[in-house]
Design a protein around this ligand. Structure first.
Ligand code: ADQ
Length: 449
């Protein structure tokens, strides 16, 4: 079997690293004697001209260094201040600076140069996400001919948004050097083909193949999943968090997100406020736990979101709290997985309302964590990739606070029969399409590409 080489922005560090992607790729990496290459996490003053090796995992791991300048241009700059907002429909938040795209090209080129001496002719390379769009292009320049696939974890923008890039054609040039492009949802594949049609040269062939900028490649949809069996077990055996039980017997509604403007957290707070204003019978009956650790605080667009959400939560609590009841609890810390699994299981409602999201794994974790005899209700934004396969959730438009408030009220009143019927359909999908299915399906397609 040919060796699998995975390249991602972040290298999973620590002994026996875990996390969905690691679990998904571990078997394929181990059985092929595979290698994972990524950034070690902190910029350094004088980077090494070689990869650094990290023993302690079931596969080989190697990291590359970045200078502060490269980190700012490639990671904080082009990746997270241009591509992230672009792919999440927020071109208004893009900060285009000429040095940033240069830095992005430079880092992709540097990773390619560091990787090439360690490659074998029959390797298969799997590149993860938007930080590394240009990697195949750089590897091909250095003569690498083995199959290279890309998987995009976030949405692909449509033509109107793509046109906001300084040089949209370059993105499609980069992508044309892959053999397989994987997307989370049908929506992303259509956006990709439509954007390429308007901004580059594309010709559809048969069997998910196409000609992009004169090169043949395959593009298809591979919705990512979670390690479902492990998460079900985690939730079943989770510690009972008595401290989270409410004094008034209120049902818990839970939201779990990185504190990111794409996740629609202020929108759900406003909908909750509307619900409270119009349904006094629900006062003291529902308590909303939002867990949202801050991320990317060095990126300008992230600096307002914490203040805005804290302000909203404070206002809502001020308006409705009673001596025995706090309507919203807002936690800014990451939570250990087993505690998180237990909280999902206790929550009568899982609230997942992004304005744009590649997939959204919280939706799948919430479903996996439920007690099948008395499951809770998933409320899911139609803008999450997950909505394409999780139609038995209450699908909502997060921009419409009335619709969202109505869905919460409906979930609170839903009969146990209807909850079980919806949950069993959702669980079937989350079990069948877990993260192992995702990686196996993608890697089969890469082998055939
Ligand atoms: P993210 O934007 O990070 O991922 P998501 O899919 O929701 O979004 O995954 C977040 C993960 O972090 C979940 O496993 C969740 O449990 C965990 N998490 C979040 N807050 C936490 C907390 N406070 N404590 C502990 N764990 C927490 C990107 C894309 C998504 C896509 C994934 C995978 O943006 O759309 O689903 O990659 O492809």
């Amino acid at each position: 079997m040919s060796r699998l080489v995975v390249v991602s922005n972040r290298l999973p560090l620590g002994d026996n690293p875990s996390g969905g992607l690691v679990v998904a790729l571990q078997d394929a990496l181990r059985s092929s004697g595979g290698l994972w290459v990524g950034f070690a996490g902190e910029p350094v003053e004088s980077p090494e001209d070689e990869l650094a090796w990290h023993p302690g995992a079931a596969f080989q791991r190697a990291s590359f260094d970045l200078t502060q300048e490269d980190y700012e241009a490639y990671y904080l700059g082009y990746s997270n201040s241009v591509l992230w907002p672009l792919c999440h429909g927020r071109v208004d938040l893009m900060r285009i600076l000429p040095g940033h795209v240069e830095g992005y090209r430079r880092v992709n080129e540097r990773i390619a140069k560091l990787l090439v001496p360690h490659l074998r002719p029959d390797d298969r390379i799997w590149v993860q996400d938007y930080h590394l769009f240009a990697l195949a292009f750089e590897l091909r320049k250095l003569g690498v001919e083995c199959p290279i696939g890309h998987f995009l974890h976030i949405p692909f923008p449509g033509p109107a948004d793509c046109a906001a890039l300084p040089n949209p054609g370059e993105l499609f040039d980069w992508l044309s050097h892959y053999d397989l492009l994987g997307f989370q949802a049908g929506r992303d594949l259509s956006n990709f083909t439509e954007s390429a049609r308007q901004l580059a040269e594309i010709e559809p062939l048969h069997d998910h193949r196409l000609l992009l900028q004169g090169r043949v490649l395959r593009a298809d949809v591979y919705p990512i999943g979670i390690d479902t069996a492990a998460f079900i077990e985690e939730a079943r055996t989770a510690p009972d968090e008595d401290r989270m039980r409410s004094l008034t017997g209120a049902q818990m509604m839970i939201g779990v997100d990185r504190l990111d403007y794409s996740k629609g957290i202020p929108h759900r707070f406003r909908a909750f406020q509307l619900l409270m204003e119009n349904n006094s019978d629900l006062h003291e009956k529902i308590s909303f736990l939002q867990i949202a650790p801050p991320t990317r605080e060095a990126v300008e667009a992230y600096q307002d979101i914490r203040e805005e959400t804290e302000h909203l939560a404070g206002r809502i609590n001020g308006q409705f709290a009673t001596v025995n009841w706090t309507p919203i609890r807002f936690i800014h810390r990451p939570i250990p997985r087993n505690v998180l699994a237990g909280l999902y299981r206790q929550a009568r409602i899982g609230l997942v309302t992004p304005l744009a999201d590649g997939m959204n794994l919280v939706a799948k974790e919430y479903v996996a964590a439920q007690d099948v005899s008395d499951p809770g209700v998933l409320i899911l934004s139609r803008f999450a990739g997950a909505a394409e396969t999780m139609g038995d959730a209450l699908i909502i438009n997060p921009h419409d606070p009335w619709e969202l408030a109505e869905a919460i009220a409906r979930a609170m009143r839903m009969t146990a029969n209807e909850r079980r019927r919806r949950h069993s359909a959702l669980l079937r999908d989350v079990v069948e399409h877990d993260v192992g299915w995702w990686s196996a399906t993608y890697l089969d397609a890469l082998a055939a590409a």
